[in-house]
Design a protein around this ligand. Structure first.
Ligand code: HDE
Length: 682
C-alpha cells in the first residue's frame, strides 16, 4: 500500500521562521517597545519581577546550551546532493542507486572525536564523516570516519576507549589529545587497537582540510537486490581534490593561529562556490571471498585492501550549501547508524550491532525528546506515517480519532488490509544458531598483520612521520611501563618500527609481546599512502602573498591571476592592512602580517621593495613567516629584494624555493625531501 503523508514532514515547526525584522517581539509575539532597559521603579530603582520581557529573554538565554556529543562534539557541516553516476540495481534495490543521474539531498557533518565542542580543529585525531541521505524511502545515515578501521572490535569496550582518550578523570586535561597516560595505557593493554592507532599516528590524522580526506563506512554492510540476493559491501568516499595532510608541527601551530581552520575552510569554500566533492566507491564481495581472507570481514579493525577487492565508483557527493544556522542544523543533527533503507542491511559486526542501540539512545539525552526526528535537519523529506504520538515537544498535529493500527475509522473501507508495504525494509533472512556466550571469535585474533601491511604501504617519509608520532606521544606518557609495553607490541608489527621508537624514546628494546595469533605478511597496498597518491593541483589550495608599501602592483595582480586561473586562492598579507600605496596603484591587504602566519597557507610568496624587505628582515613575524613555510615543506616564491628575509631566516634554496612567477607550479606540492635536511625524525 502506498504511503500517505499525515503531515508535511518538513513543515510545521520546520518552516517556522522568525517573524520579519521590523518589530522585535517576545517568543509569543508580543511587540517590544524597548529592548535596552528593563522595567524599574524610577530610572535608578529596583527591577520589577513583573518584567515578563526581561524574564523571558534571560530564561531563554539560560537554556541555550544542550549537552554536547559525548564523542565527535566538535564538527562542521553542510548541505548537498548525492548523484548516482553508475546505477547498481543488480546489487541493491535502494532507490538512490537505481538510476544514473538520480539526485538525493544530503546533510554531511565532519568532526574530530576526542575534543569538546569548543576545542580546536587540527589535533591529531580520527575525523568523523557522517552522511545523512534524505532518500525517497526514508533517511539513510552512513556514519563513518576518515580512517577505515576502528580501535575496538566489540561495542562493550567503547566507553572504556572513550574514557581513556578524553581528558583524564581527576584533572580534566589534556583536551583533544591522545598524548597522555590513560590513552596509551588502554592501547597497550588492548592490542586490537593497534591498527587504528598506527593510522592515527600517520598523517591521516592531521588532514589539511575536510575537503581533502577520505571517508569510510568502516563496517562491512550488505547490499540486497530485488530478488533478495545479498552481497557484502564496504563504502568509501574519495575526495576529488585528492588526499592532503598537514605536517605535525604545522598542525600544532595551527591550534594557535586558527582554532577554526577546518571549519573556516569548509565554510569559505562553499560560500565561494568552490563546492567540495567526493566519489562514493563500493567494494562488493560475496561470502566465498570473505571465507578466503586471512581475517574476518565482521572485524572492524580490518580493511580489505583495494588491490584485493577493487573500488567501483557509483556516485558523487557535492556539498553546495552552508547551514543557515549552526545550532539548528549542525548541532541538532542526529545521525543514527540504525537509519537504513531497503536494499542495504547490517551485518553481525559486534561493533555495528552496539552502535545500532547507542545513537538512538544518545539523541534522547542530547536533544531531550523522542521527537528529535521532527527537527528539520533530521526529518525525512519523504512522506511518513505511523501511529507514534505525543511526547515532549510534539510539533505535529496528527488528525483523526484513531492512533492505533489496524483501525477502520480513518483508513479507507471497513477492512483496512495490511498497512505494511511489500516494498518496505526487509531484514535479509539469516539462519542463526549457537550458544549464548561472551566470547571473541578466534578469527578476530590477529592484531598485528594489518598494522604491518599499513606500515609497509607508506613512503619512507611517511614511515618517519609515523615513528616520530609514536615517539612524540609516548614521550608525553609519564609511566615507563606503559611505554615499554607499547613498544613490546610494536615488535610484532615491524622490528624496525619498534627499534626506531625505542631509540627515539631512549629505551632498550623490550621483549616482544606474546601474540594471540602470530602475524602474517600481507601484500602492501599503495592506496593506503597519501604521498603516493598526491594530486599535483592548485585547486583547493591557498597561497599567502606578502607585500608592503611600494610593492609592484602589476606583479602582484599577475601572480594572483595566474594562481586563480588554476583554481587556487590568494590571501594577501602586509605589515598594515591599508589601503597601501604601491607602485602602480593602491591595495588593501586581506590580513595583517602579525595575524597571518604562514601555517594558514599551502605556499607563500613575497613581492617587496628592497627597503621594505630590509625592514621586514628585522621583524620576527616576517622571519617566522618564511621559516615556518620552509619547515612545513611549502613552496616559497619571492622577488630578488626579499632574498634578505630568506638569508636572515637561514633558508638554503631548494627546488621549492624560487622566483615568485614560478609559484603557480611550485605551490602544487609539498617538498617532502626537504624534511630530512631540517628535522631529526625517528
Ligand atoms: Fe560513534 N557515536 N560510536 N562511531 N560516531 C557517536 O552519537 C558509538 C563508531 C561516529 O556528526 C555518538 O550522536 C559507539 C564507529 C561519528 O553527529 C554516540 C560505538 C564510527 C559520530 C556514538 C561507536 C563512529 C559518532 C555521540 C562503538 C565510524 C558523529 C553523539 C560501538 C564508523 C556523528 C551521537 C555526528 C557519534 C556511539 C563507534 C563514527 C555516543 C557505542 C566505529 C562520525 O552515540
Amino acid at each position: 500500500m502506498a504511503r500517505t503523508p499525515h503531515d508535511t514532514g518538513l513543515g510545521n515547526a520546520g518552516e517556522t521562521q522568525q517573524r520579519g525584522g521590523e518589530v522585535l517581539t517576545s517568543n509569543h509575539g508580543i511587540p517590544f517597545s524597548d529592548n535596552q532597559n528593563s522595567l524599574r521603579v524610577g530610572d535608578r530603582g529596583p527591577t520589577l519581577l513583573e518584567d515578563f520581557l526581561l524574564r523571558e529573554k534571560i530564561f531563554h538565554f539560560d537554556h541555550e546550551r544542550i549537552p554536547e556529543r559525548i564523542v565527535h562534539a566538535r564538527g562542521s557541516a553542510a548541505h548537498g546532493v548525492f548523484t548516482c553516476t553508475d546505477p547498481i540495481p543488480d546489487l541493491t534495490r535502494a532507490a538512490l542507486f537505481a538510476e544514473k543521474g538520480k539526485e538525493t539531498p544530503v546533510f554531511v557533518r565532519f568532526s574530530t572525536v576526542a575534543g569538546g565542542a569548543g576545542s580546536v580543529d587540527t589535533p591529531r585525531d580520527v575525523r568523523g564523516f557522517a552522511v545523512k541521505f534524505y532518500t525517497e524511502e526514508g533517511n539513510w545515515d552512513l556514519v563513518g570516519n576518515n580512517i577505515p578501521v576502528f580501535f575496538i572490535q566489540d561495542a562493550i569496550k567503547f566507553p572504556d576507549l572513550v574514557h581513556s582518550v578524553k581528558m583524564e578523570a581527576d584533572r580534566a586535561y589534556p583536551q583533544a589529545a591522545t598524548a597522555h597516560d590513560t590513552f596509551w595505557d588502554f592501547v597497550s593493554l588492548m592490542p586490537e587497537t593497534l591498527h587504528t592507532v598506527i593510522w592515527a599516528m600517520s598523517d591521516r590524522a592531521i588532514p589539511r582540510s575536510y575537503r581533502m580526506m577520505q571517508g569510510f563506512g568502516v563496517h562491512t554492510f550488505k547490499l540486497v537486490n530485488a530478488a533478495g540476493e545479498e552481497r557484502f559491501v564496504k563504502f568509501h568516499w574519495r575526495p576529488v581534490l585528492g588526499l592532503q595532510s598537514l605536517v605535525w608541527d604545522e598542525s600544532a601551530k595551527l591550534q594557535g593561529a586558527d582554532n577554526d581552520y577546518h571549519r573556516r575552510d569548509l565554510y569559505e569554500a562553499i560560500a565561494a562556490g568552490d563546492f567540495p566533492q567526493w566519489e562514493l566507491g563500493v567494494q562488493v564481495f560475496d561470502q566465498a571471498l570473505a571465507d578466503g581472507l586471512p581475517y574476518d570481514v565482521l572485524d572492524a579493525t580490518k580493511i580489505i585492501p583495494e588491490e584485493v577487492v577493487p573500488l567501483r565508483v557509483i556516485g558523487r557527493l557535492t556539498l553546495n550549501r552552508n547551514p543557515d544556522n549552526f545550532f539548528a542544523e549542525t548541532e541538532q543533527a542526529a545521525f543514527l547508524p540504525s537509519n537504513i533503507v531497503p536494499g542495504v542491511d547490517f551485518t553481525d559486526d559486534p561493533l555495528l550491532q552496539g552502535r545500532l542501540f547507542s545513537y538512538l539512545d544518545t539523541q534522547k539525552s542530547r536533544l531531550g525528546t523522542t521527537n528529535f526526528h521532527q527537527i528539520p535537519v533530521n526529518a525525512p523529506k519523504c512522506p511518513f506515517a505511523n501511529m507514534m504520538r505525543d511526547g515532549m515537544m510534539q510539533t505535529h498535529i496528527p488528525k483523526g480519532r484513531a492512533n492505533y493500527e489496524p483501525n477502520s475509522l480513518d483508513m479507507a473501507g471497513e477492512d483496512p488490509g495490511p498497512r505494511a508495504s511489500v516494498t518496505g525494509f526487509i531484514t535479509a533472512p539469516q539462519a542463526v544458531q549457537g550458544e549464548k556466550l561472551r566470547q571473541r571469535a578466534e578469527s578476530f585474533g590477529d592484531h598485528y598483520s594489518q598494522p604491518r601491511l599499513f606500515w609497509r604501504s607508506q613512503t619512507a617519509n611517511e614511515q618517519a612521520h609515523i615513528a616520530s608520532a609514536f615517539v612524540f606521544e609516548l614521550s608525553k606518557v609519564t609511566l615507563p611501563h606503559v611505554r615499554i609495553r607499547l613498544v613490546s607490541h610494536l615488535r610484532n608489527i615491524e622490528e624496525e618500527l619498534a627499534q626506531r621508537v625505542a631509540t627515539g624514546l631512549g629505551i632498550d628494546l623490550p621483549e616482544a609481546a606474546p601474540p594471540f595469533r602470530p602475524p602474517v605478511d600481507l601484500p602492501p597496498s599503495d592506496a593506503l599512502s597519501i604521498q603516493k597518491n598526491w594530486q599535483e593541483t592548485l585547486k583547493g589550495r591557498k597561497v599567502g602573498l606578502l607585500f608592503a608599501e611600494g610593492s609592484d602592483k602589476a606583479a602582484i595582480d599577475g601572480l594572483i591571476a595566474a594562481i586563480e586561473a588554476e583554481g587556487g586562492t590568494v590571501f594577501t598579507i602586509a605589515p598594515k592592512v591599508g589601503p597601501l600605496q604601491l607602485k602602480g596603484g593602491t591595495m588593501q591587504a586581506d590580513g595583517q602580517l602579525a595575524g597571518s602566519p604562514s601555517v594558514l597557507f599551502d605556499a607563500v610568496g613575497m613581492i617587496l621593495m628592497p627597503e621594505q624587505a630590509e625592514k621586514l628582515a628585522r621583524d620576527s613575524a616576517a622571519i617566522g613567516f618564511v621559516m615556518d613555510a620552509f619547515a612545513h615543506l611549502k613552496a616559497i616564491g619571492h622577488c630578488k629584494g626579499s632574498q634578505v628575509i630568506l638569508d636572515r631566516a637561514g633558508i638554503a634554496p631548494d627546488e621549492g624555493v624560487g622566483p615568485y612567477d614560478g609559484l603557480p607550479a611550485m605551490a602544487k606540492r609539498r617538498y617532502w625531501a626537504r624534511e630530512a635536511t631540517l628535522r631529526d625524525l625517528a
